[in-house]
Design a protein around this ligand. Structure first.
Ligand code: NAP
Ligand code: MG
Length: 488
């Protein structure tokens, strides 16, 4: 089929990547992936099911046992990952375009994703030679040391909001630690994960060490979670599916790590630099069209500065216009799907009926039949409102005001989630006090959203557990063996 993909420099991969080969699904199934900006079909991709997951897990197991991977010198494994980064850098533009086409995000944002993916590959390439054990002073004439070993076959399940980056956040540390991987990308965005498989093959990742099986959560995803020969599931997605995975993993006692949803508070104190806070509040909620697990979706503002802050924010938000996401000038992207658009519109309706005050947006934006929504801001939101409690995962901001800083902390922490938080203040003592008091895996002070491959990322409370990135991710993909030697 001829597709929009011809606009990238070569045809995108559209089959499963299993055991080092591009294959059709066992039952021949295929599914469509759309360009969210105009709703047109971008490509048809092989749809993996339980039988394909079986095949991929068998290939991953064989690769894990194979000395080619198992006994590869750590430095050589690092070199392979570094080559993946080099190849990714050499295809930078094509990959960013592919991501923009499949996900709909503005090309500028896709470029940031590719850049961060390259960074993460290089960061974990460096770790392969630093996975030390310890020598431990024990009682008796005995020598005790530890080995840090891979966990085995890793099943990685990821969402559609940062398709390439989420794949790399799991694949890079998993491979660096010597595991093998079966990756199931989100049904809405399978293309860059397949491209990652192609890059891995070219870089010298042995057949079977990385397998990519696009398909649906209820079939391919569930089969991966239930599979007795998968040692670990690394999941990023909704809290609802995270709960199901945790229950299901009990059957085989798999190790799991979960990166889930959020309802992150972004708090502006009375003494903040209001222009900077307005920019931060704007980026906090509207970056990636609000489809960020860390979105600063609850803006808590001191009542004395609320009017000023809101007017700057609304001014910016109301100027955002839909446009071709491939155009570098475009700042607003569409939502991922009609389903997501309907979900978000449902929350907007809810906000209205709960008595929150709609200040801007609240309706669809028209552009080539895509899934567009105007950036939306609700004022006068109460902590008990549904739009202050539930993750909307779209460009909808709930503004709450406070008069007392302790009250702000209490409201900020009154959530089942704890992924991230922001605080804006010129007072260094207050900044650090908030950083300590806020129940969140990440706290940003006078900024919002920066991240780095070297810095840990993950959730408190029902935002999940396990830390990705940094050296912390190595704990997710290794296990410790204690070795005893009699010296008597
Ligand atoms: P989702 O429905 O939970 O899907 C995430 C992944 O899980 C997809 O690959 C999905 O497959 C798969 N899946 C669905 N049901 C499954 C099942 N029964 N067994 C195994 N896998 C299953 O989430 P989403 O709607 O794609 O993404 C949005 C959510 O992800 C938001 O709630 C957001 O907060 C969260 N998120 C969290 C982080 C983080 O780092 N904490 C990052 C990004 C997103 P399908 O594609 O077929 O549904
Ligand atoms: Mg889904």
């Amino acid at each position: 089929m001829t597709t929009v993909l011809e606009s990238i420099d070569r045809a995108a991969q559209d089959r499963l990547y299993v055991g080092g080969e591009w294959v059709d699904a066992a039952d021949g199934g295929r599914f469509e992936t759309l360009h969210p900006a105009n709703g047109e079909v971008l490509a048809e991709v092989a749809e993996g099911g339980a039988a394909d997951i079986d095949r991929a897990v068998a290939a991953a197991r064989a690769a894990f046992e194979d000395p080619k991977w198992r006994r590869m010198d750590a430095a050589d494994r690092g070199a392979v990952l570094w080559r993946m980064a080099d190849i990714m850098a050499s295809r930078f533009d094509a990959l960013a375009r592919l991501e923009t086409l499949d996900n709909g995000k503005p090309i500028r944002e896709a470029q940031i994703d590719v850049r961060q993916s390259i960074d993460a590959l290089r960061y974990y390439a460096g770790w392969t030679t630093k996975l030390h054990g310890a020598t431990i002073p024990v009682r008796g004439n005995l020598f005790n040391y530890t080995l840090r070993e891979p966990v085995g076959v890793v099943g990685a399940i990821i969402p559609w909001n940062f398709p390439l980056l989420m794949a790399v956040w799991k694949v890079a540390p998993a491979l660096a630690c010597g595991n093998t991987v079966v990756l199931k990308p989100a049904e809405q965005t399978p293309l860059s994960a397949l491209e990652l498989a192609a890059i891995a093959a070219e870089a010298g990742v042995p057949a079977g060490a990385l397998n990519v099986v696009p398909g649906f959560g209820e079939t391919a995803g569930a089969a991966l979670v239930a599979h007795p020969d998968v040692d670990k599931i690394a999941f990023t997605g909704s809290t609802a599916v995270g709960r199901m995975i945790m229950r299901e993993a009990a059957g085989t006692l798999k190790k799991i790590s979960l990166e889930l949803g959020g309802k992150s508070p972004n708090i502006v104190l009375a003494d903040a630099d209001i222009d900077a806070a307005a920019r931060g509040a704007f980026a906090g909620i509207f970056y990636n069209t609000g489809q960020c697990c860390t979105a600063g979706s609850r803006l808590l503002v001191h009542e004395s500065v609320k009017e000023r802050l809101l007017s700057a924010l609304v001014d910016r938000a109301s100027k955002m216009q839909p446009g071709d996401p491939l155009d570098p000038k475009t700042r607003l992207g569409p939502l991922i799907s009609q389903e997501q658009l309907d979900r978000v519109l449902g929350y907007i309706e809810k906000g209205r009926s709960e008595g929150a005050k709609l200040v801007t947006g609240g309706e669809r934006a028209e552009w080539n039949n895509g899934f567009w929504l105007r950036p939306t801001v609700f004022d006068d939101v109460q902590p008990t409102h549904v739009i202050a409690q539930e993750e909307i995962f779209g460009p909808v901001l709930s503004v709450l005001s406070f008069s007392d800083e302790d009250e702000a902390i209490a409201v900020a922490n009154r959530s089942i989630y704890g992924l991230a938080a922001g605080v804006w203040t010129r007072d260094v003592k207050k900044a650090h006090r908030f950083a300590r008091e806020l129940q969140a895996g990440t706290v940003w002070i006078n900024t919002y959203h920066p991240g780095d491959a070297a810095s840990p990322f993950g959730g408190y409370k029902q935002s999940g557990f396990g830390r990705e990135l940094g050296e912390y991710s190595l704990d997710l993909y290794t296990q410790i063996k204690s070795v005893w030697v009699d010296l008597g």
